[in-house]
Design a protein. Sequence first.
Length: 506
Amino acid sequence: MNMSGQEPIPLLEVKGLTKTFPSTVALSGVDFTLYAGDVHVLVGENGAGKSTLIKLISGVHRKDAGTILLEGKVIEPHSPRHAQELGISTVFQEINLIPTMSVAENIFLGRQPMRYGMIDMRAINKQAAALLKGFGLDIDVTRNLSAYSVAIQQIVAIVRGVDLSAKVLILDEPTSSLDRHEVEMLFSVIRSLKERGIGIILITHFLDQVYEIGDRITVLRNGQKVGEHRVTELSKVQLITEMLGKELTEITRDEGEAATVDRTDEKPFLEVHGYGRQGMLEPFDLKIRQGEIVGLAGLLGSGRTEVAHLMFGIKQNDRGEAYLKGERVEITSPRSAIAHGFGLCPEDRKVEGIIGDLSVRENIILALQARMGWFNYLSRQKQEQLANEMIEALHIVTPDTEKPVKELSGGNQQKVILARWLVSQPEFLILDEPTRGIDVGAHAEIIQIIKRLAKEGKAMMIISSELAEIVDYSDRVVILRDRKKLRELEGSEINENTIMKAIATD
């Protein structure tokens, strides 16, 4: 970093970058500046435009408008390979290396030293070992990449990128699967890159890491740039305010609207103690009572969906215990979760929720049929009866039960997923972003359904990025950040101001 007080000449500069996909403006007139020896962190919630920006810079997509300059010269990267030739390397979250090849072979893939017309493995191994030692990593480079941890694989990918004459290194969520020791190892490498004058663009959702390793922050929201700051000049509260587009206020919810009955003396329906999984979620405690709505609040990447996946058995905990109605239980898979009366409406309804080519009826009866077992088949008449009951109860707009569910609106698809779990009569429902991407009318209806289910005695855990929603229906709010539970709020504490401050507080 330039310590003279004057801004150095930019290494990479983006002006007015715009990209539109069918029906979506992914990026609109975005400016971005990267200096040599800086770590410039890109932050923003889902759909903010972070991935689009780095894909335009790295040649994955072609821009619709705007200018990209590298060392003051206009460039037009038309592919990742072309971007690498220009001096821009990207290490994506899904590491694009070959696990069945050796570490050395991965580093020199496509540019292997040759001797007498054959690949010179001795030279490859020697050069790879020397490169890694330059970053403080002393490993056997002849072993397959798959033999090493994700952190080591990330470093190998970074070393490969740097050795391709990188001036700019883009790191997309490099710490998403790392534990603290591995993060420190990776950050040590990043600091050494800074000292070499390499400019680094870092995408991360971990706020603590932003302030630990970053020099500058650019905040994107809905495809637009809303702020650029030096890390030392921006508080966490200000950062969260820009990311969410909400100012801190003193407005609290109407206590008459707050969910409702004091259940603190009731025995928990479900409780977990020290529940967690290494590299995924720090151990946490949580209690949920029947008829209670527990909201999970936090920024993208805070661990909200990870909590849902652990509770539903999509990922299995490797520490902690769960108790259902006071008895110890093991939730080892979604099948065992369903058998214990759990239901999950996932965040991505199109990929993880609906089966688009199946009918409304077929989608609705899936969970019940799975719970009963495929040898105890529901008759067609019973299927239609259940589907029609749910269509009426949830006001699902469809001409009949045989309409392919992919042809319904987003809000009606969401109702079909809710219906699927309701017909299986769950006692505990996990809803991950239940109102995302649906119209205003359907949004209001789903909120009313949530409140009604709680009054009927369902235990519910709801993840939402909409703080106003969380405040509206939650009996308790669990605050998460950087994949660990920070605190719980209840009663008059539940308001947007307190939630935002809690997310930002160390």
